[in-house]
Design a binder for this molecule. Structure first.
Ligand code: GAP
Length: 515
């Protein structure tokens, strides 16, 4: 069986071969951790964004959207804390000259203990069969207990070092755990240093008064500085939310794993403004809503988990990640944060403007608290592609690569194919397509055998193929072929809308996520 690493490599190659993702400016050998989306990728990406946007603004009458500029006044980033505190702790291996995030090296090391514990449990489960009691086993097995104790000891030191921003202690943990560089295999490390992740540029003439400005590292601040504009002009009442989709930029040092960690990426963020004291109730509410949003896609409930933060950011009083099981392990796709009144109070202080909200129900002015949901479009894209990518052996020794994308998100919904390129079949196929194209992204293919045409559509995840044959001209029926089951049905052309609509309509997903 292919390793997860092999599967991931194949997925990256597949994304390029079928027009999903290309390395940026590839003819110049690319640009590190920057990618372009191709003709298929952009459709999938747009569908993800629509699924998110509509689930926020259609399903919630108290959530609206904005589209703020990427450039913001530089004081914004002073107030938000990004100028002083948006740093990663970095460490270099002197032999390989590779640079790593010190916290990621330690987290990966901690994950190895969990893997060992899981392996012990799996072995025991096989030995004991149905009578296996995992909890009891973990409480009594000496090897499990030893690994738990080691993991917990390192974990406590790690949390304490992060809390205190103690870079020397982070290095010491790496030394004590004998963590080696994955490339050189040596323990020859530099000290740990902090590195600011914001890109900067200059606005205006350079002679006098050019202003240093930043490319936004998150979209959230565009929402904070506009919250009162939206509240007043939209007559919004707390609690209410503002959402936004847009590009963000971070000079990631350890950019790796394809589109998982990029230097230019896209975020879908919502800030939800609540009364102080009610934030933890709303935090729990949005946590559950966001998980339902993910699970409704049907990629497998077991592929998601919450990961509560060990170290809370200076502004947060609760934070969790929704992690997804990527080919390289469980990884963060979305963050949900209770950001208190940190950002709004800070903007109030730095701008000198009163941005308090007057709450008519209690006749009081206050600075709202904020719950944030923040998801990366590109990471969502990667999680969907990695769950969808399948290599299947078929009966008769044949094989296929199929993207089992959720039908609602598939770039192309239907491919219409005349059986042959003559006898009026192309014209009939075009007629069907011309009717369907107002509702669904359609493709037309008349080249090669039907089998080859099916494979091409499987590879890009098209849920339906419709074949027009000679019989169609007489009975107005076509063959519809379903991507995942490869089942073929003879149906009337007049039924196509209902059959396709039932699978690709987002409404069905939305019904699953509203309570
Ligand atoms: N406003 C809060 C915020 O930006 P974050 O955890 O730094 O929080 C939120 O980022 C989400 O943005 C992450 O869960 C991830 O999906 C995405 N993201 C962050 N950095 C990224 C990067 N370098 N490349 C791709 N996606 C990234």
């Amino acid at each position: 069986m292919a390793s997860q690493e092999d599967v991931f490599k194949k997925l990256v190659a597949h994304c390029k071969e079928y027009g999903f993702v290309f390395p940026s400016s590839e003819i110049y050998d690319g640009l590190g951790a920057v990618y372009d989306y191709g003709q298929m990728g952009v459709e999938l990406k747009n569908n993800i964004k629509k699924y998110w946007w509509d689930s926020m603004v259609l399903l919630h009458e108290n959530v609206v959207g904005i589209d703020a500029a990427i450039f913001m006044h530089p004081t914004t980033w002073k107030a938000s804390g990004h100028v002083d505190a948006f740093n990663d702790p970095l460490i270099d291996n002197k032999d390989s000259k590779k640079r790593y995030r010190a916290d990621v090296l330690i987290e990966d090391h901690l994950a190895k203990f969990d893997e060992k514990i899981n392996k012990e449990c799996e072995k025991a489960a096989k030995r004991f069969g149905e009578s296996f009691d995992r909890e009891m086993f973990c409480q009594t097995n000496p090897r499990v207990l030893e690994n738990v104790a080691k993991r917990d000891a390192i974990h406590s030191r790690f949390v304490a070092a992060l809390e205190a921003s103690d870079l020397a202690e982070l290095k010491q943990i790496i030394v004590d755990c004998e963590i080696v560089c994955p490339i050189s295999g040596t323990k020859n490390w530099t000290d740990v240093r902090q590195f600011n992740l914001m890109f900067s540029t200059e606005m205006g003439s350079t002679a006098d008064g050019a202003m240093k400005i930043y490319l936004r590292p998150e979209t959230a601040q565009g929402i904070f500085v506009n919250y009162l504009n939206v509240q007043k002009t939209g007559r919004m009442k707390v609690p209410f939310g503002i959402c936004q989709i847009g590009k963000a930029f971070r000079n990631e040092i350890v950019a790796r794993q394809f589109i998982f960690r990029m230097r230019e990426f896209e975020q879908m963020e919502m800030q939800f403004f609540v009364r102080p004291g009610e934030e933890l109730k709303w935090f729990e509410h949005w946590k559950q809503f966001r998980l339902r949003w993910h699970k409704a896609l049907g990629l497998g409930d077991e592929k998601y988990r919450f990961h509560d933060h060990d170290k809370l950011a200076h502004y947060a009083n609760a934070a969790t990640d929704i992690e997804f099981q990527m080919p390289f392990g469980f990884k963060e796709v979305e963050g949900i944060h209770s950001r208190t009144d940190f950002d709004l109070s800070s903007h109030e202080k730095y701008s000198g403007k009163n941005i308090k909200y007057f709450d008519p129900e209690i006749n009081e002015s206050y600075t709202p608290y904020v719950i944030e949901t923040s998801i990366g479009v590109d990471r969502m894209f990667l999680s969907i592609m990695s769950a969808a990518y399948n290599e299947e052996q078929l009966e008769g020794g044949d094989s296929r690569v199929v993207l089992k994308l959720p039908a609602v998100l598939a770039p192309v919904k239907v491919c219409v194919m005349p059986l042959v390129k003559k006898d009026g079949l192309p014209e009939k196929a075009r007629e069907i397509m011309n009717d369907l194209k107002f509702d669904y992204k359609c493709a037309y293919d008349e080249k090669d055998s039907i089998g080859k045409r099916y494979r091409r559509q499987d590879a890009v995840g098209t849920p339906f193929c419709i074949t027009v044959d000679h019989q169609t001209l007489e009975d107005n029926c076509v063959t519809i072929r379903h991507r995942d089951t490869m089942e073929q049905q003879r149906v009337a052309i007049s039924d196509l809308h209902n059959i396709i609509g039932a699978e690709v309509n987002m409404k069905n997903l939305f019904k699953r996520i509203v309570e």
